[in-house]
Design a protein around this ligand. Structure first.
Ligand SMILES: [Zn+2]
Length: 279
């Protein structure tokens, strides 16, 4: 679950637990139903996967167990997928190529995913929340990488790109905040990395989390590619990514690769109050 959502639900532990259970339960039911209902896609088509953490159980549905992650890679190989960068997938969409991306800069990506990726020579991209790398994660710094950790991730072969400064919902942001989140994260990353950063992944990444104005602001800030976390329902002008979740054991993962969830979006509890970033 996202930190912003957790903040919106309120401070009561009981409410948080109930929310977490409801999200996980409904998400599992929906994904299993879709996995069983929809036939596999007939034609090979490139796909970009959106992971978050790999071995951070407190991240709920966004977390994938390390052993499940390894199973995913094996399944993809068994099913004839070739691993590639997102750019290669986009350049030849008809090829059966699979790109891996990881949002939020979770420390477990360095500890659990990077060694596996490196061992198998699998490319990957990590989308970094620069304010969290600077120590500003609301839950503390333990679960996310700082810049030193991100440098290790890059040294392990993972490409770093931007995921905003504070992980806001761009669907609710004003023009000034939108510009600061986009340009500020790009500037901070380029300052640390010493190279251009042209790719951006939308926080939450669903159809309601982006606007046409945000798209124009992203282009103005210098981004050439903006990734969603949805496929058929993604905002116009964004690149599709397939969200991979904690419940994606082999059958569900295989269904995700075959396109069973392309019309699906992660379910959110309606927010009881305006989001903090819109105040
Ligand atoms: Zn994110």
């Amino acid at each position: 679950m996202s930190t912003a959502l957790r903040a919106r639900v309120g401070a009561l532990p009981a409410a948080q637990l109930a929310y977490r259970g409801a999200v996980a339960g409904r998400l599992a039911a929906e994904r299993w139903a879709l996995a069983l209902r929809r036939p596999a896609a007939a034609t090979a088509q490139g796909r970009i996967l959106a992971y978050h953490s790999v071995g951070t159980p407190s991240w709920g549905v966004n977390d994938v167990r390390p052993r499940d992650f390894e199973r995913h890679l094996q399944l993809a190989v068994d099913d004839g997928w070739a691993f590639a960068t997102p750019a290669a997938v986009l350049a030849e969409p008809a090829r059966k190529q699979l790109a891996l991306t990881f949002d939020d800069g979770a420390a477990s990506v360095l500890t659990h995913a990077a060694p596996v990726l490196r061992h198998h020579g699998v490319p990957a991209t990590a989308f970094v929340v620069t304010g969290w790398a600077d120590g500003g994660h609301p839950d503390g710094a333990a679960d996310v990488l700082d810049w030193a950790g991100l440098a290790q991730l890059e040294a392990a072969g993972v490409t770093l790109a931007s995921h905003s400064v504070t992980h806001p919902d761009f669907g609710r942001l004003g023009a000034g905040e939108t510009q600061r989140e986009l340009a500020g994260s790009r500037r901070r990353m380029e300052q640390v990395l010493g190279r251009p950063v042209d790719e951006f992944a939308i926080p939450f990444g669903q159809s309601r989390n982006w606007t046409a104005a945000a798209g124009r602001a992203a282009a103005d800030a210098g981004y050439t590619t903006v990734y969603a976390q949805a496929v058929d329902t993604r905002p116009p002008g964004t690149v599709p990514r397939t969200f991979i979740t904690r419940i994606d054991r082999p059958a569900v993962f295989r269904a995700a690769l075959a396109g069973a969830f392309d019309g699906w979006e992660e379910w959110y509890l309606p927010a009881p109050d305006p989001a903090p970033q819109s105040r």
